[in-house]
Design a protein around this ligand. Structure first.
Ligand code: ADP
Ligand code: MG
Length: 321
């Protein structure tokens, strides 16, 4: 891009987010200089969104700014970390000030909610691609890894599951808008990273992951890392009315295999469950028990009619793969 275009873009980012005391030097120099708290572990995660692969061409830039940061904050949440800093690599086909203003607006609003400061990045010309890296703090001994689950641990899920997958199916199909359309689209475009819940779970849950690939796939990651299997009682899944209506017709695909919900899936040792539930209740965090980890490998799905299956229903092609 030309020098003036770079100046223009830099201006959008320079003071986009709040200033933190632990940022000794933010945007504008060759590097940012950051001061992590003494004794804390630094949790670092990065995710890329590519137009046409992770989001539809023409997606509203404000939502994109939100989602690019949200999917990264969700990884910090799944680790039990407290978000602090972010960097942003933007590849843009052209310098469009209206687009940039809206994108930064979505990014900055979510950053402010979580006290995150944008401390640097890179800007290049090319097909629209957004990469965000986030940095957070966590006590390494309390961090929520995937490998700590044990047979007998109980399995919980935050929020509700399947909305983003159902929304994506509707966007791709020709479904006419109905009463659920706005709710579902919001769940797909503007996920809420469960940061406060993640921090509450740190040191309390035995394993955790954020659901980005689908409930069964992400549960599989916990099971593989932990050396366990799992049982999921499908009648206990937390579902919105739209997803529940599909399940009643036998369409379990959004709930079990739809991605992009960014809820937390976590296991808890039986002796910790009561105190965890009390903490969640006090903090107003919505969680639901959906099954347990078991010794035998594989994921057993128990349907409401008592039928069991290890097959995950498929039904439509994912836009994201
Ligand atoms: P350099 O050539 O030293 O990499 P750049 O022109 O790429 O410098 O960036 C100048 C400053 O602007 C740096 O502090 C960089 O971190 C910041 N910056 C560039 N692009 C972005 C962006 N997309 N988001 C946040 N900060 C950015
Ligand atoms: Mg650079």
């Amino acid at each position: 891009m030309s020098v003036s275009e770079f100046d223009l873009i830099r201006q959008f980012f320079a003071d986009a987010t709040a200033s933190r005391a632990d940022v000794l030097l933010g945007i504008g120099d060759d590097c940012a200089l950051l001061q992590p708290p003494a004794g804390s572990g630094l949790a670092v995660s990065m995710d890329t969104l590519v137009e046409g692969r992770h989001f539809l061409p023409g997606t509203d830039p404000e939502s994109l700014g939100h989602k690019a940061l949200a999917v990264n904050l969700s990884d910090l949440a799944a680790m039990g970390a407290e978000p602090a800093w972010a960097t942003l690599a933007l590849t843009l086909p052209h310098a469009d000030t209206a687009w940039l203003g809206a994108f930064v607006g979505g990014f900055a609003t979510l950053a402010a909610e979580h006290g995150v400061q944008l401390v640097g990045g890179d800007t290049t010309r090319g097909p629209l691609t957004i990469t965000v890296q986030v940095h957070g703090f966590v006590d390494p001994d309390a961090a929520l890894k995937r490998d700590g689950g044990k047979a007998g641990d109980r399995l919980f899920l935050s929020g509700c599951i399947g909305d983003a997958g159902l929304a994506l199916r509707r966007v791709q199909g020709a479904a006419s808008p109905d009463a659920d359309a706005a709710y579902l689209r919001e769940r797909l475009d503007r996920p809420s990273p469960r940061v406060a819940l993640g921090r509450l779970l740190a040191g309390r849950a035995s394993a955790a992951i954020d659901v980005s690939d689908g409930l069964v796939a992400d549960l599989g990651h916990i099971c593989t890392a932990s050396g366990t299997g799992a049982r999921v009682d499908l009648d206990r899944l937390p579902l919105s009315p739209a997803v529940a209506a599909g399940c009643e017709r036998g369409d379990w695909q959004p709930a079990l295999a739809g991605g992009d919900d960014y809820e937390l899936l976590f296991s808890v040792a039986p002796g910790q469950v009561e105190s965890l539930l009390a903490h969640c209740h006090a903090a107003g965090e919505q969680i639901k028990e959906i099954g347990c980890l078991v010794a035998d490998s594989g994921i057993v799905l128990v349907y409401p009619d008592g039928r069991t299956s290890e097959e995950i229903p498929h039904g439509f092609d994912h836009f994201r793969t």
